[in-house]
Design a protein around this ligand. Structure first.
Ligand code: SAH
Ligand code: SF4
Ligand code: F3S
Length: 491
């Protein structure tokens, strides 16, 4: 990848300085400091390979959202650069878990996996285990690892991911468990290697953290305060991605609509989109997530006239009840949300709207729940992620009285899911028979001779095709709507 060429050059410079004895200590400045540790680790991996007479393998597991996945690409980039080969198997020489803690079950999954790893490690003395990501930002988790999972080698959080090489090197030199968790940061370290999962599409962070403190949500506590990346850095990254063959980008942030508010020279998200639209080679722009309280008329205007911004908007409603929304600290009500949706649909009649909904927030009554059902019926989402409320220690909602009994929540959840699916089915039918451009993402895993493409709406279409189409945008006739996807043929 072109994106890494620059970094490889800088790394070789540092390597020759070390070899000539002109660089005896790690530089203070970032990212040079990390290149120094990468060079040291490269040496280490090479030696190990010679010792063992085989390659070393590393496995990176992502448990969380798209931002988490993007962080994993940074970890993989560093691991590749220092000489590990990638593998999906957790029976590797190095395993790193990039964790999520947004809901309790995300959390439990990690502990389940860790149990397995301890057995693998007993069989492979070379094996090293690292844990990072959102779960590690919670003090009680780190305590538990220190006490009950002593075989873990390195633990770090969401703010110091860029220090991965340094921490791994420390582990090797000191031969003890290394734990480095930061409360928060104002730092954004650019120019580190990364390895994209797909050659033709990529996520791009535009901001980190969150300032909204929705009362149920742990993200602001584990991701820290909102920080926007400099627009120049974002544009440069996207230009390089485009030169590297990327045609679709997904701009990432917990609340992209508040992008740029705390920059030295403030810039709106809509303006940023206009700048990105000008970049040659980028054909499609997506973004997530949009907070309904901050979605501006300017953004709707820019989207409506754009040739590249996809006709999809993820607009999490969380609840349809204005009373619950207030308790959730979402800072909009049902009426505001529905008005916003009307405005968006007027400007873009073909827009595909998706959402997140929480069922069973403390104090949610049957009437509150019916308000949510009402919003679902009125908005008619193309798809909706539905979640059962999960109590997160340290959030205001966890201390609220009136937690809802499980059977009541399950019943509401099932009713909601049924409605969401019925509407999603009906929604997909509206494009049946049309010809639409699709970006071919992969060979179809189930039907031989078929490929899978993604439409502007975000929905998938399966159609006859071969490997050569992967990464290309082609016109596809949507012959048959199948609920969450289409069967089609190239037009
Ligand atoms: N920043 C995004 C959401 C990030 S978390 C936004 O504000 O829309 C993704 C989704 O997880 C949220 O939209 C919410 O629906 C869900 N979620 C967050 N905390 C939760 C909790 N404690 N219980 C259940 N679902 C939760
Ligand atoms: Fe969580 Fe709310 Fe921030 Fe989204 S906006 S990450 S739901 S606190
Ligand atoms: Fe999970 Fe952290 Fe994302 S808690 S949802 S991985 S920001």
């Amino acid at each position: 990848m072109k994106l890494n060429d620059d970094i490889i050059e800088k790394l070789s410079n540092i390597e020759s300085l070390i070899a000539r004895g002109e660089l005896k200590e790690a530089p203070e400045n970032e990212p040079e400091r990390q290149y120094y540790f990468m060079a040291k680790l490269r040496d280490y991996v090479n030696q190990k390979k010679k010792e063992l007479g085989r390659d070393l393998y590393a496995c990176t597991k992502t448990f969380g959202c798209q931002m988490n996945a993007r962080d994993s690409e940074k970890l993989v980039g560093i691991l590749n650069l220092i000489g590990y080969k990638e593998t999906d198997s957790e029976k590797a020489d190095f395993v790193i878990y990039n964790t999520c803690t947004v809901r309790e079950n995300a959390n439990l999954k990690v502990y389940g996996h860790l149990g397995l790893l301890s057995n693998y490690k007993k069989k492979n003395p070379e094996m090293k285990i690292a844990m990072c990501g959102c779960m590690m930002q919670e003090a009680h988790v780190v305590e538990k690892i220190k006490k009950s999972y002593r075989f873990v080698d390195v633990v770090f959080g969401t703010h110091n991911i860029y220090k991965f090489a340094e921490l791994l090197y420390m582990r090797i030199v000191k031969n003890a468990m290394i734990i480095d968790i930061w409360e928060d940061t104002t730092k954004i370290v650019e120019e580190l290697p990364l390895e994209r999962k797909f050659s033709f599409k990529s996520g791009v962070n535009i901001m980190f953290g969150c300032n909204n403190f929705c009362s149920y949500c742990i993200v602001p506590y584990v991701r820290g305060r909102e920080r926007s990346r400099n627009p120049k850095d974002i544009i440069n990254e996207i230009k390089m991605l485009s030169e590297d063959g990327v045609v679709e980008i997904m701009l990432l942030g917990q609340n992209v609509n508040s992008y740029g508010k705390n920059l030295e020279e403030p810039m709106s998200f809509a303006k940023l989109l206009e700048e990105i639209e000008k970049i040659d080679g980028i054909e499609r722009i997506r973004f997530m997530t949009s907070h309904p309280k901050d979605l501006s008329d300017e953004l709707i205007e820019v989207m409506a006239k754009s040739k590249k911004i996809c006709r999809q908007l993820h607009l999490p409603v969380q609840s349809g009840s204005s009373r619950i929304l207030k308790e959730m600290n979402r800072r909009y009500d049902k009426e505001h949300y529905l008005n916003l949706v009307d405005k968006i649909k007027k400007a873009m009649p073909d827009i595909s709207l998706t959402t997140d909904i929480i069922v069973g927030f403390p104090g949610e009554s049957e009437e509150d729940f019916l308000e949510t059902m009402d919003v679902v019926k009125k908005v008619r989402y193309d798809s909706a992620f539905t979640f059962i409320y999960s109590k997160r220690t340290g959030t205001p909602a966890a201390a609220m009285e009136n937690q809802i009994p499980e059977d009541v929540v399950k019943d509401r959840f099932n009713r909601l899911l049924e409605e969401v699916q019925k509407i999603a089915n009906e929604q997909t039918v509206r494009f049946e028979g049309e010809v639409q451009p699709a970006l071919v993402e992969e060979l179809n895993g189930h039907i031989e001779g078929y490929v899978t493409g993604r439409l502007s709406s975000g929905l998938l279409v399966h159609f006859p095709g071969n490997e050569q189409l992967i990464g290309k945008i082609v016109d596809v006739r949507l012959n048959e709507a199948k609920g969450f996807y289409y069967m089609g043929e190239m037009a």
